[in-house]
Write a protein that binds this ligand. Structure first.
Ligand code: GLV
Ligand code: GLV
Length: 355
């Protein structure tokens, strides 16, 4: 191969590798055992000559890596993630390196995990499973693991972009929940969907679902029974949910986070969980990954999973493929480039699964 492309991790499927090989690239996949590579590890991987890198959200892509990649003749860095808070885009621009992400292919998968956590929290599935495995079930009781019925309750969505909207539709249509959402942008499509579904229910003699766009995040926190966070992590959304916002929520609310950990003040959350046993959370992400704030893992009213929201086979293969196309597009000047400011995914959820 004429071009050298490095992937900092093995990625699912083979389509991404074949795409690169077919286009005159030599693909080098790092097989280092440790989970998180340091900046030094990646500088060594980049080496003397490297045309493009496919990297992961656990890596710190800043000044050091972009200057190393630029010295090696690199043109592109592709983050195998939709979020790119681990990438200093200004530093990339400074060194003339294009940055790509993988939107679109993970929208539904991520929304499905947020929905799974919502249901699991509402019906206390993880606690109940632990109870069974501990051999503590000695007969049906009217009061055993009583949870919340979602139907007729209000789902609150903070950040109604692709993922937030997909989640909202699932909860509204799947469970007949009313919607309240907060976003700087109006989501007309989402509003139309809920209106149309409400009319459908009404025509069938059922109670219609409703929607409202809140004028502040606090309005959502105060009114919703289940709240799911889907903002982009940046300076304005760091600790968006803090001690005060937790207090504003209903005592028995459910809070879901499949976005980025630092959106929640996790230490404040642990305190809130301790003081409010009826309050429940489902967390896919943590403030200081892979660590958890002390006490979180002891809380029965918390469901915690290791950042797996995009982890379906179709999606992870799609992310790898899109990441490869992003690098390839830049190296070979194909019009498939997706950059963070002009997100035009080559693949989306309507594209058939990679073969
Ligand atoms: C995963 O967290 C992603 O941003 O794709
Ligand atoms: C992320 O892709 C979002 O738009 O919510």
């Amino acid at each position: 191969g004429k071009y050298r492309v490095v992937s900092t991790k093995p990625m699912p499927g083979t389509r991404w590798i074949n795409l690169l090989i077919e286009q005159d690239c030599r693909v080098e996949i790092c097989t280092e055992k440790k989970t998180i590579l340091s900046v030094e590890d990646i500088v060594a991987l980049i080496g003397e000559k490297c045309d493009g890198v496919i990297g992961q959200l656990t890596e710190d892509w800043g000044e050091v890596l972009f200057s190393a990649l630029s010295r090696a003749g690199g043109k592109a860095f592709s983050n195998m993630a939709v979020g790119y808070n681990n990438v200093d885009v200004n530093a990339a621009n400074k060194y003339g390196i294009a940055v790509g992400n993988t939107p679109g292919v993970l929208t539904e998968t991520t929304a499905e995990l947020a929905a799974s956590l919502s249901l699991a929290a509402a019906r206390r599935i993880v606690e109940a499973d632990e109870f069974m495995r501990a051999g503590r079930y000695d007969g049906w009781l009217p009061n055993l693991f009583v949870g919340n019925l979602l139907k007729g309750q209000t789902v609150g969505v903070i950040g109604a972009g692709r993922i937030g909207s997909a989640y909202a539709r699932m909860m509204v249509e799947g469970f007949k929940m009313n919607l309240i959402y907060f976003d700087l942008y109006q989501s007309t499509r989402l509003e139309k969907f809920v209106t149309a579904y409400g009319e459908f229910l009404k025509a069938n003699g059922e109670v219609p679902v409703t929607w409202r766009r809140a004028s502040s995040m606090d309005e959502v926190l105060r009114e919703a029974d289940v709240i799911s966070l889907h903002p982009v992590l940046d300076k304005t959304t760091f600790h968006l949910v803090n001690k005060e916002s937790l207090k504003a929520m209903k005592k028995d609310a459910i809070l879901i986070n499949c976005s980025r950990g630092p959106v929640i003040d996790e230490a404040a959350l642990v305190e809130h969980l301790k003081e409010n046993p009826m309050f429940r959370v489902g967390l896919d992400v943590f403030e200081d990954e892979p660590y958890m704030k002390p006490g979180l893992a002891d809380m029965k009213n918390a469901i915690i999973v290791p950042h797996i929201a995009s982890a379906s086979k179709w999606t992870r293969e799609g992310m790898a493929t899109l990441a490869a196309l992003n690098v390839l597009g830049k190296i070979k000047q194909y019009p498939v480039w997706a950059d963070p400011n002009r997100v035009e995914p080559f693949l989306d959820e309507n594209t058939p699964p990679p073969a």
